[in-house]
Ligand binder design. Structure first.
Ligand code: MG
Length: 249
C-alpha cells in the first residue's frame, strides 16, 4: 500500500486527535503516585476519552483488553493495567491512542513514581532526548534512516540500547501504517520524507541490552536482562520546513 500522504484537511483532524491524546496523557501523568493501582489509570483514560469525544484506539486492537498500555520498570511496552500497585521509585510508561473523526493519535511518556534513582532519571531524560533527536531529523527531503540513526545515536551515546523488535510507524486512519520506523539504522537510507507524511516516532530504550521477553499474558514485553526500560512517543506531521508534533496540548 505504501506510505499514505495526508491532505492539509486530514492533518488538521489529526492535530485534534493528537491534542486529545496529549491532554489525556497529561492528566494521567499528574495522577501517577505511589499506592495507586495501574487499573486506576485505565479508568481515567476511558472517562476522559468519553468526555473529549474520542475513542481509545488500543482497546480491542488484536484483542488488547484495556484503554491504554501501562508498563512498569523492566516492562518495555504493552503492559495491561490491572491490580498492580505502583511503588515509590518505579518508572511507569503510559502509551495511549485515540480515534477522533476517523483519524488516529498515538503517544507515550514514561513518568516517575515519587522519587526515582539518578540512573532511572537519566534513562528518562535520554529517551526523551532520543525522541526529540528523531523529530528534529524529520524534515522534507531527509530520509527515514536519518530519523532512526538520530534516535539510536542519542540512546547509545549514553551506553543504553534501543529495542529492535518493536518500532515506530506511519499513522493516519489506521494506527499502524507504512513505513515501519526502527529506532536504529543508517543515515541516508530508506524512503525520502515528504510533506503530508504522518509518523509515530517511539524510542524504547533499555539500560541493559536490547533483548526482550514476552510475558505470560502474551502482551507485556519485558527486558530479558531485567534492566529498566523507558518509552516516549509522539505523532508528528511533515508539513513544512520543520516537523510538527501533533500530540501536544
Ligand atoms: Mg505507536
Amino acid at each position: 500500500m505504501g506510505i499514505i500522504i495526508k491532505s492539509d484537511r486530514e492533518i488538521a483532524v489529526m492535530r485534534q486527535a493528537g491534542r486529545i491524546v496529549a491532554t489525556i496523557l497529561g492528566i494521567l501523568s499528574e495522577q501517577v503516585r505511589p499506592g495507586m493501582k495501574t487499573r486506576g489509570l485505565d479508568i481515567i483514560a476511558g472517562r476522559e476519552s468519553a468526555r473529549l469525544g474520542a475513542k481509545p484506539s488500543f482497546k480491542g486492537y488484536r484483542g488488547f483488553p484495556a484503554n491504554l498500555c501501562v508498563s512498569v520498570n523492566d516492562e518495555i511496552v504493552h503492559g495491561i493495567p490491572g491490580e498492580r500497585v505502583l511503588n515509590e521509585g518505579d518508572i511507569v510508561s503510559l502509551d495511549f491512542g485515540v480515534i477522533f473523526d476517523g483519524f488516529q493519535g498515538d503517544a507515550a511518556v514514561t513518568v516517575a513514581v515519587g522519587e526515582i534513582s539518578p540512573q532511572a532519571r537519566q534513562l528518562l531524560e535520554t529517551t526523551q532526548a532520543a525522541l526529540n533527536a528523531g523529530i528534529a531529523a524529520a524534515y522534507p527531503g531527509a530520509r527515514l534512516g536519518d530519523i532512526s540513526a538520530a534516535i539510536q545515536n542519542c540512546a547509545e551515546s549514553k551506553g543504553y540500547s534501543v529495542i529492535r523488535e518493536y518500532t515506530g510507524h506511519g499513522i493516519g486512519r489506521e494506527m499502524h501504517e507504512e513505513p515501519r520506523i526502527p529506532n536504529f539504522g543508517q543515515p541516508g537510507t530508506g524512503p525520502v520524507l515528504k510533506k503530508g507524511m504522518t509518523l509515530a516516532l517511539e524510542p524504547m530504550v533499555n539500560i541493559g541490552d536490547w533483548h526482550t521477553r514476552l510475558g505470560n499474558d502474551h502482551w507485556v514485553v519485558f527486558t530479558d536482562d531485567g534492566s529498566l526500560s523507558a518509552h516516549f512517543e509522539h505523532t508528528i506531521a511533515i508539513t513544512g520546513a520543520e516537523p510538527e508534533v501533533l500530540t501536544i496540548v
